[in-house]
Design a protein around this ligand. Structure first.
Ligand SMILES: *[C@@H]1O[C@H](CO)[C@@H](O)[C@H](O)[C@H]1NC(C)=O
Ligand SMILES: *[C@@H]1O[C@H](CO)[C@@H](O)[C@H](O)[C@H]1NC(C)=O
Ligand SMILES: *[C@@H]1O[C@H](CO)[C@@H](O)[C@H](O)[C@H]1NC(C)=O
Ligand SMILES: *[C@@H]1O[C@H](CO)[C@@H](O)[C@H](O)[C@H]1NC(C)=O
Ligand SMILES: *[C@@H]1O[C@H](CO)[C@@H](O)[C@H](O)[C@H]1NC(C)=O
Ligand SMILES: *[C@@H]1O[C@H](CO)[C@@H](O)[C@H](O)[C@H]1NC(C)=O
Ligand SMILES: *[C@@H]1O[C@H](CO)[C@@H](O)[C@H](O)[C@H]1NC(C)=O
Ligand SMILES: *[C@@H]1O[C@H](CO)[C@@H](O)[C@H](O)[C@H]1NC(C)=O
Ligand SMILES: *[C@@H]1O[C@H](CO)[C@@H](O)[C@H](O)[C@H]1NC(C)=O
Ligand SMILES: *[C@@H]1O[C@H](CO)[C@@H](O)[C@H](O)[C@H]1NC(C)=O
Ligand SMILES: *[C@@H]1O[C@H](CO)[C@@H](O)[C@H](O)[C@H]1NC(C)=O
Ligand SMILES: *[C@@H]1O[C@H](CO)[C@@H](O)[C@H](O)[C@H]1NC(C)=O
Length: 740
């Protein structure tokens, strides 16, 4: 299942619907931006918002058998609407006064038993206790809907919805309770908030599922399943079936802002775009202005550089890493070599005898054969054999297993390709299987090359806790730098996103005796709701913190070492690049007491956007009011009061200031420790900051200087660490050449 999501994300970059040139009757859903009604009032006092938007639609629409053109009227995310229009009609609309822009909508893709212990959250102590498990905070989840009667969504211990709550339950039966306090669907929702996919049920339960004992998949990963904020409320906005349309996402964000959510969690996204044309960024800006925290998945297009979704600085961009639990399944070859692998399906009765191996990929006249697509197996005799299948080729890992099973194969060994390195997936396979890493792939291919009768078996070793290499960045986790704003380090943070157990609407074991059904899947879609849940806990303990303050607390307290206390690695087992990890791995308990925060107010983004050289008109689209950059100040990206640094070396030296707010002890002295990136000198003035009050703000200046032009700053990174007797406030520093 997880690969479906990963593959979808990779392909999503390509699903851009072009404007259909000339067919008069070819209606498409366009997202249309117009000037705000307020700016028009002098012309016509009588107009209401709907009237203003309708005035842009073609007048010929009056005829009664026309299908309705207006899809959504937006009032929070930006002044504008979604409407079904032809290309010609849009051209005509462009001449109307107040029109700003229009383009066809795109389709976006969908990008825990043990996780909570791994994150250091324990019952009746620490952050869970302090935050009352996120009690009363409302997390809005934009996804594929939800299965409401799953035990993870029981409302035991839940307070009623907060007084401010205005949401609706659009299930046609009594499905909402004090856990699920809202459930809505949009155009693409098939008339129900019910989840027919599984992705939305999984992400919602990861963020805020209640306690369910004895959760497991095929007996593996057994334990108590619980979301990160088990007493937070869920508000469900179904915007996807298998993909998600932009007009629905915008309508959901527009509605969620009115409904009164505190956190928005979006495990979906498209490709990088200018922020004024990035509809999730636009909706998120309006949400942020109202104090709503927006947490989004970074995308599953790694390990390639510049592969991020959801890059805006007012969004938390979340990458994915492993936890210390493995569901081990070892491939034992005929030459006694043992190859580590993983699977969630681990049959007890699999024979230990050696079985013949077949590798359909040896047939060079059929290049698809290596991928075990259903039709490609027709030419290979797999009956009674263990089949080697390469990951990729547009077929999910589970579908490969189904194809092997249908063709009569006994078991499957899934082979990682080079770029996946040591990232493996424990899936709910339909036959005995294991996914080996790339080192294993090379060993097994060399072995089958060395003998005319290659054999193997799979030994299932069950759930093993304590993998000291965790957290390790997953190969699929999208990487920076940010395309749209390379001067802001992205992703911001990594969190658990590999082999995550959470609620699932159907039994992957075909067990019809239980409603307590779970599945294990992987993706940045899974790491995002972990962070959304953590944000809910922090909103509980610090209700007065702005979204930027919460983000700063999460980032400056993140871990940069793995469980064996050395730097976090990536799928190649080398220390991970800063554009893979951002600030590092989330540490919720430390985030609750960060000492200092880098705050950003909504108006601080104006000089930042002017500095991106966006036109006044483009910035007005983001801010929903007129902005004139010639009278605003304009700053470089690096000058935004962000908790991290991403330094592009064009010139040889750059100086920025940062302002920190004291949220720790009133009297505290902080001294800076500098670990400069290789080839760069970093100086900070003053090197000591003496705080004497809570909420006091103090400013420092930091200069980055390239030591000499010949020095190699590729992949170079370091950090600034402000230390007091009680707190460590760390800001990562990434450095790269402008001509990347
Ligand atoms: C409720 O919705 C489901 C799914 O859309 C539909 O099959 C069913 O007939 C509806 N039931 C009622 C009572 O409207
Ligand atoms: C899961 O754990 C619970 C309690 O620890 C135990 O009672 C149950 O039998 C276990 N289930 C499986 C399938 O291992
Ligand atoms: C492969 O076999 C399946 C079932 O065995 C069949 O449905 C399919 O048409 C075959 N495909 C090709 C390309 O022969
Ligand atoms: C290889 O694939 C080709 C084309 O699909 C098929 O005709 C041939 O029989 C296959 N050869 C073997 C050895 O499986
Ligand atoms: C298989 O053996 C041949 C000949 O010995 C060699 O050229 C080839 O590289 C080997 N392939 C692998 C995958 O080891
Ligand atoms: C992380 O953990 C692994 C396994 O314990 C260890 O070998 C490695 O040195 C650690 N450090 C890095 C860089 O990940
Ligand atoms: C569940 O049932 C489906 C449909 O009958 C089948 O294809 C699948 O292999 C079954 N899965 C398991 C784990 O038994
Ligand atoms: C904006 O334009 C100025 C002046 O042309 C230039 O120095 C600066 O690099 C540009 N900024 C960006 C982000 O492109
Ligand atoms: C923006 O401000 C400048 C400087 O005051 C002024 O010349 C210009 O007309 C303004 N532009 C708009 C669109 O108001
Ligand atoms: C902070 O230190 C000053 C001077 O040392 C002292 O007067 C003040 O009471 C202290 N404030 C707190 C809250 O401890
Ligand atoms: C902060 O206080 C220390 C002594 O506690 C002093 O040495 C230092 O100069 C002060 N720094 C600033 C910037 O005031
Ligand atoms: C800089 O270092 C990187 C990695 O350390 C290396 O790949 C690259 O070739 C080096 N570039 C130069 C110009 O030396």
């Amino acid at each position: 299942m997880s690969l479906i999501i990963q593959i979808l994300i990779i392909f999503s970059m390509l699903i851009v619907q072009p404007a259909i040139a000339s067919e008069q009757n070819n209606l498409e859903t366009y997202i249309v931006h117009v000037e705000s009604l307020d700016s028009q009032l002098s012309n016509d006092q009588s107009q209401d918002l709907e009237g203003w938007y309708n005035s842009f639609l073609p007048t010929t629409l009056a005829s009664s058998n026309e299908i309705p053109r207006m899809v959504y009227s937006y009032h929070n995310v930006f002044p504008g609407f979604a409407a079904k229009l032809t290309y010609e009609e849009v051209k005509e609309m462009e001449n109307k006064k107040g029109f700003l822009s229009a383009r066809p909508q795109e389709e976006f893709s969908l990008h825990t038993t043990h996780t909570l212990n791994f994150l250091g959250l324990h019952e009746n102590m620490g952050l869970w206790k302090d935050s009352s498990y996120g009690k009363g905070v409302v997390i809005g989840v934009l996804d594929t809907g939800i299965l409401p009667d799953h035990p993870s969504f029981n409302d035991e211990g839940m307070p009623p919805p907060p007084a401010k709550w205005k949401g609706k339950c659009e299930f046609n039966f009594t499905a909402c309770n004090n856990k699920i306090i809202g459930a809505r669907y949009f155009q693409n929702g098939n008339g129900t908030p019910l989840d027919s996919d599984g992705h939305g049920t999984h992400t919602a339960s990861t963020a805020a599922g209640n306690f369910v004992k004895g959760a497991n998949v095929f007996g593996n990963a057994n334990g108590t399943a619980v979301g990160v904020a088990p007493l937070a409320h869920l508000a469900i906005y179904k915007v996807c079936i298998t993909s998600c349309s932009e007009s629905d996402i915008l309508a959901a964000m527009d509605t969620a802002i009115d409904d009164g959510v505190d956190v928005l969690s979006l495990s979906l996204g498209g490709s990088s775009k200018p922020f004024y044309d990035d509809n999730i960024a636009l909706g998120a800006f309006s949400a942020m202005e109202k104090g709503i925290f927006v947490s989004c998945s970074a995308g599953n297009s790694g390990p390639f550089k510049f592969s991020l979704s959801n890059e805006a600085p007012w969004i938390l961009t979340v990458g994915a890493s492993t936890i210390d639990r493995k569901l081990r399944a070892v491939a034992v070859l005929g030459n006694n070599e043992e190859l580590e692998g993983e699977s969630a399906f681990q049959p007890k009765d699999f024979p230990s005898m050696q079985l013949p191996i077949v590798y359909p990929g040896l047939n060079i006249s059929d290049f698809r054969a290596a991928y075990c697509t259903p039709s490609s197996l027709n030419n290979t005799d797999v009956k009674g054999k263990i089949v080697l299948c390469e990951i990729g080729g547009g077929t999910t890992r589970i579908a490969k297993g189904q194809a092997v099973k249908n063709a009569g194969g006994i078991a499957m060994i899934l082979l990682n390709i080079e770029r996946q390195g040591f990232s493996t997936a424990a899936d709910s396979h339909v036959l005995p299987a294991t996914n080996v890493n790339y080192e294993g792939t090379q060993k097994i291919l060399a072995y089958i090359n060395s003998t005319s009768t290659p054999t193997a078996t799979i030994v299932f070793k069950g759930t093993v806790i304590g993998d000291k290499s965790a957290p390790m960045v997953a190969s699929f986790s999208s990487r920076g730098p940010s395309r749209e704003s390379p001067g802001i380090l992205k992703p911001d943070i990594i969190g658990p996103g590999v082999n995550i157990l959470a609620a699932w609407p159907i039994s992957v074991e075909n067990n019809s005796n239980t409603k307590s059904t779970f599945n294990i899947i992987s993706g940045t879609s899974m790491s995002c709701p972990h962070l959304s849940g953590i944000v809910a806990l922090l909103k509980s303990t610090h209700p007065d913190w702005s979204p930027a303050a919460i983000k700063s607390a999460i980032m400056t307290s993140a871990d940069i070492v793995n469980l064996s206390d050395t730097l976090i690695e990536d799928e190649r087992l080398v220390p991970a690049n800063i554009f893979a990890t951002g600030a590092g791995h989330v540490n919720p308990s430390k985030a609750n007491d960060p000492g200092l925060i880098y705050d950003i107010e909504p108006r601080d983004y104006i000089p930042y956007l002017c500095g991106l050289n966006y036109t006044n008109r483009h910035i007005s689209v983001i801010l929903q009011r007129k902005v004139n950059c010639s009278v605003e100040s304009s700053i470089l990206e690096g000058q935004l009061n962000y908790p991290s640094f991403s330094i592009m070396f064009g010139s040889s030296s750059q100086t920025y200031t940062r302002t920190m707010t004291n949220v720790g002890e009133a009297n505290a002295t902080y001294t800076v420790n500098i670990v400069p990136p290789q080839g760069v000198s970093v100086t900070v003035k003053p090197p000591t900051l003496n705080f004497s009050d809570l909420n006091q703000k103090l400013t420092y200046e930091v200069t980055f200087r390239r030591l000499d032009t010949a020095s190699n700053t590729t992949n170079s990174h370091g950090y600034l660490l402000w230390k007091s007797s009680k707190h460590s406030v760390r800001s990562p520093v990434a450095v790269f050449e402008t001509k990347l």
